[in-house]
Design a protein around this ligand. Structure first.
Ligand code: FES
Length: 153
């Protein structure tokens, strides 16, 4: 029986190291490329679509804080109550996408990231936001539940 020569052993070790290095390189490329691809082409929004009924808990928060942020068709929506009127807007600031909040004492929606301010129609009052907020429809049903739906043009 013939013994393996030292050069055969070196070749097999080199082949093994090539495989390990190749796998490591592939893993590194994947870990760098995947977040870039997901940033450029995000996954589709999931969750229920169509009108959203506020839960009892959300209605309670709206009553207490005069606003609540709820998911509607995969988007954050801020629902406001001012002088018995209901309003609903996309809660994503049109500047860089921070979540806006409501300042009931001033009747303005405020983005804390760069001090953007919106009036009760979603129009920009001050700050860097380039566009008004997206409007949604907020309606109180005869049974007292509140329904939020997208506004179609
Ligand atoms: S992200 Fe809202 S003002 Fe900049």
């Amino acid at each position: 029986m013939e013994e393996p020569s030292p050069s055969d052993s070196r070749t097999s070790r080199r082949h093994f190291l090539d495989i390990i290095l190749g796998a490591s390189l592939l893993g590194w490329i994947t870990s760098v490329a995947y977040p870039i691809v997901r940033y450029l082409k995000p996954l589709p929004q999931t969750g229920p679509t169509g009108p959203t009924h506020l839960t009892r808990d959300e209605s309670g928060k709206l009553e207490q804080n005069k606003f609540v942020i709820v998911p509607v068709s995969g988007q954050r929506v801020i629902v406001l109550q001012s002088q018995d009127q209901l309003y609903a807007f996309g809660a994503k600031c049109t500047h860089e996408g921070c979540t806006i909040t409501y300042l009931p004492g001033q009747s303005v929606m405020w983005c804390p990231c760069h001090d953007g301010r919106f009036d009760m129609n979603g129009r920009v009052l001050s700050g860097p936001p380039p566009q008004p907020l997206t409007k949604y429809i907020a309606k109180k049903q005869p049974d007292g539940t509140i329904v939020i739906s997208e506004q179609h043009a």
